[in-house]
Write a protein that binds this ligand. Structure first.
Ligand SMILES: Cc1cc2nc3c(=O)[nH]c(=O)nc-3n(C[C@H](O)[C@H](O)[C@H](O)COP(=O)(O)OP(=O)(O)OC[C@H]3O[C@@H](n4cnc5c(N)ncnc54)[C@H](O)[C@@H]3O)c2cc1C
Length: 511
């Protein structure tokens, strides 16, 4: 379906098993999107509120959204492909023994027994530039000192009520001024590889908050998932383990084109079909909403469209290569310091003990403009670029034959339009409240981008899906009492005028 991608293993093998709807279908709760937020909402409705009359509409012919496990290359031992994660791959932050707080994604990983190995992304990597090997340990230390100060000052200043600035300004204030290609690469590795955008494009305060909630709230550990069932299992297995009568109805391969909302309910227009619901939970990414591929009726109020258009959605691209023999370093990570910032700066080997040992698989990661650039190129051209860099790093004579090559075009994919959201410096917390707020108290919004604490992460998508289910359930179980949906929104946001006193706060359900 998508650029000739191999079908993920969870695609129903028999397309006739996908139920066909009559012209108009009615349901109580319509779940728009079958990614982690949509499936966690479905699971919560069925298990916690005993609501089973729901329908999930998913545009792609498989579930999982940005959890996307893809067969790749060949495992010579089994004669079958490996499974690699083109989308989310890590559990960021696991558990905090002093508070007892556990990342819900970590709980799911453990319940399902998925293979998870601690990843060394925070340690000084082996590094190369055009002249050969370089030692980045001193620069790394400089970065770590500045980064700690950046986080601390960011949260202190926010608590004092100071105005936000770009993360670039925050880093400078913390003493970080990257004047050469080594420093720029170390910065890219530690900043952009998390936020997918550079410090000039990102908010100081919200990057500090986001980091705090995940890496202090849970822990600073990161686990890479590499399991033959795919990381997508955290979304699909809880849903498919429900008894059939609790699984609602599922419609795959059906893009929503229009959404009509009023205080009576929501109607989704698909190709040749309509679905009417009392409530709907929209989990489409900010990128999809920004693309205007879905038309809203009535048109979105300004407070909502500004909240969508003002946010950032960027792209993070993992490019996988399998070789006939392993020629690279033994360590998990290698840094390439190009004069061009972010140009194949990070390589990660899956062929290391504890991961896919013996696989001869390596991947490199691009972000933002570099991602969009390669999405516009042919696979062969991109492959040649990566091979050229590897030849510089390891010597042309050592680079073996590349036997498999793959990357997903997240920006071009009309159902994702990027990888995950990022908080721009000019965007106020009140605007994110609006991103999340329901329309007409009937059409709710949920997904990684609507999470204040865990924006961008799987834990954000999971918790937001469940909260939306809770909001809908509260209304259904109280028979639609006015004010049953507890969500705030701000009618008018005046940036830079000294804060909230000038904003008019409203509650969803008010006229
Ligand atoms: C490359 C990459 C790497 C990442 N790495 C990590 C990581 O290591 N750790 C981590 O925690 N997070 C990571 N993330 C982020 C994480 O994947 C997301 O936060 C999470 O999966 C988002 O889930 P969601 O349900 O909010 O959105 P989605 O997964 O996007 O779900 C929305 C669903 O809506 C569907 N849809 C869109 N438009 C329509 C339409 N018009 N009609 C019907 N259906 C539609 C989509 O197909 C999709 O299935 C990564 C993401 C990417 C892409």
């Amino acid at each position: 379906l998508l650029n000739g991608l191999p079908s993920p293993p969870f695609t129903p093998s028999d397309p006739s098993s996908i139920p066909q709807l009559p012209q108009t279908e009615n349901t109580t709760v319509l779940i728009l999107g079958g990614g982690l937020a949509g499936l966690s909402a479905a699971h919560a409705l069925a298990t916690e509120y005993n609501i089973t009359d729901y329908l999930i509409v998913e545009a792609q012919r498989f579930l999982g959204g940005r959890l996307h496990s893809v067969p790749f290359g060949l495992d010579q031992a089994t004669g079958k492909p490996y499974l690699v994660e083109a989308g989310a791959n890590w559990v960021h932050g696991v558990e905090n023994p002093s508070t007892g707080l556990v990342n819900p994604i970590w709980t799911l990983v453990r319940q399902l027994g998925l293979n998870a190995t601690p990843s060394a992304s925070g340690l000084v990597p082996e590094a190369f530039d055009r002249q050969g090997r370089v030692d980045v340990s001193r620069v790394w230390e400089e970065w770590e000192k500045a980064w700690e100060k950046f986080l601390l000052l960011g949260r202190e200043r926010q608590a004092r009520g100071d105005g936000d600035m770009t993360a670039r300004a925050g880093l400078r204030i913390a003493g970080w001024t990257p004047g050469d290609h080594i420093r720029r690469s170390v910065e890219f590795w530690n900043f952009d590889m998390e936020s997918q955008q550079n410090p000039d494009e990102s908010s100081w305060f919200e990057i500090a908050n986001n980091h705090y909630h995940t890496y202090h709230g849970f822990s600073d550990e990161e686990y890479l998932i590499h399991d033959p069932r795919g990381f997508v299992a955290i979304a699909t297995e809880p849903y498919f383990s429900l008894p059939a009568e609790r699984r609602g109805r599922l419609l795959l391969g059906e893009p929503v084109r229009e959404l009509h909302y009023s205080d009576q309910g929501v109607e989704a227009v698909l190709d040749g079909k309509r679905v009417r619901a009392e409530y709907a939970i929209c989990t489409f990414s900010v990128g999809v909403l920004q693309s205007k591929a879905v038309t809203f009726h009535p048109p979105l109020p300004r407070w909502k469209s500004d909240a969508i258009d003002g946010f950032s959605m960027s792209t993070y691209t993992k490019i996988f290569l399998q070789f006939s023999s392993k020629f690279w370093a033994e360590s998990e990570f290698q840094l390439y310091a190009s004069p061009r910032r972010g140009y194949y700066a990070q390589f990660q080997s899956l062929d290391v003990p504890g991961f896919l040992e013996g696989s001869r698989i390596l991947f490199t990661t691009l972000t933002d403009e570099e991602s969009v650039r390669v999405e516009g190129m042919r696979d062969e051209e991109v492959k040649q670029e990566v091979l050229e860099v590897l030849r510089e790093m390891y010597g042309a004579e050592n680079v073996s034959e590349c036997t498999a090559f793959y990357f997903h075009r997240w920006h071009a994919n009309p159902y994702t339009r990027g990888s995950y959201s990022n908080w721009p410096a000019s965007y106020l917390p009140a605007a994110q409240t609006n991103l999340r707020a329901a329309l007409s108290a009937r059409l709710l919004f949920a997904g990684e981008a609507t999470s204040y604490e865990y924006l961008g992460y799987l834990q954000g998508a999971w918790t937001e899906g469940r909260k939306a289910a809770q909001g809908v359930a509260r209304c259904l179980l109280s028979e639609g009492e006015r004010g049953c949906l507890k969500q705030d929104w701000w009618e008018q946001i005046t940036a830079g005028q000294g804060g909230g006193r000038q904003w008019q706060k409203k509650e969803v359900g008010e006229g």
